[in-house]
Design a protein around this ligand. Structure first.
Ligand SMILES: Cc1cc2nc3c(=O)[nH]c(=O)nc-3n(C[C@H](O)[C@H](O)[C@H](O)COP(=O)(O)O)c2cc1C
Length: 255
């Protein structure tokens, strides 16, 4: 039934409820300038034809920008086995030629998605630079020893927070979790006392299969250079598709 309705009511024909409502402020005019047309990102501006090295160049540049906020914050999109999507922010805690790592609760909603459908998409957005990096790839758990290493270097209060929170489960009220946290603070007030990593907490590695570098233009002719893995037996049309390093190829995409 739902499928029938979705097919019969294309999105553009839905009534424009929010746009016409007098109750809400009109935000349709919100618009700020991006980069000017003499400040473009072209193939010649790539610092590397390896997308992780290109990421590193942009990431390092972003780290130098005052007020960038959390430069390692990224949106993580997952989907359930049935394809229902969900997105949330996480902190990227490492990158290498293998991919990107982040840490979370293995019993959370995102982890549930990743266990049954081990693929995801990541998005970094660095507003002051008008740049984003979009990653798609496969996901796997980090080896336990790496999760342990990272857990042990976290501030004590973050470690205790990880123990207290059965992430994404419903809570009766805030007090329940504050009380548990206070109890743990007392239990571990001796700074020498080791805080054990809970089994339900650890890291994931995202191995990229595509990485897109986007830079915004005021006139909306944004720059998009997308790296992807060469498919088996694929013959590339050199007019559009360029050889990157290793088994990467890259293309300019329409904005
Ligand atoms: C900037 C930012 C960084 C975050 N970093 C993490 C993180 O590294 N790991 C994590 O589990 N949750 C992180 N969160 C919280 C998640 O966005 C999310 O609320 C939580 O992981 C539960 O998501 P889930 O129910 O989809 O599993 C962060 C939130 C924000 C806004």
């Amino acid at each position: 039934m739902l499928r029938y309705i979705v097919r019969c009511v294309p999105l553009r024909k839905c009534p424009a409820v929010a746009m016409s409502s007098a109750k809400y402020p009109d935000v349709s005019e919100l618009r700020i300038p991006y980069r000017s047309s003499n400040d473009i990102f072209d193939v010649g501006n790539l610092v590397s034809k390896n997308p992780i090295k290109q990421f590193e160049a942009w990431f390092n540049e972003a780290r130098e920008v005052p007020n960038i906020g959390e430069v390692n914050a990224m949106a993580l999109a997952t989907a359930s086995k049935s394809g229902f999507p969900s997105v949330r922010m996480v902190l990227m805690k490492g990158y290498s030629q293998q991919g990107f790592t982040f840490f979370t609760n293995y019993e959370s909603r995102k982890a549930g998605d990743l266990e049954e459908n081990p693929v995801c998409s990541l998005m970094f957005y660095w507003d002051p630079l008008k740049r984003s990096v979009r990653v798609e790839g496969t996901v796997e758990r980090l080896p336990e020893v790496e999760s342990l290493q990272y857990f042990d270097q976290r501030p004590r209060q973050s470690r205790l927070g990880a123990i207290v929170s059965r992430q994404s489960t419903a809570l009766e009220n805030r007090e329940v979790i504050s009380k548990k946290y206070q109890e743990l603070l007392e239990e571990y007030q001796d700074e020498e006392k080791n805080i054990p990593k809970p089994a339900y907490w650890g890291g994931y590695l995202v191995r990229p299969t595509s990485m897109e570098f986007w830079q915004g233009q005021t006139n909306r002719l944004h720059d998009r250079i997308c790296f992807r893995k060469l498919k088996d037996n694929e013959i590339i049309d050199s007019k559009y598709t360029h050889q990157g390093d290793e088994d990467w190829v890259f293309e300019r995409l329409a904005p």
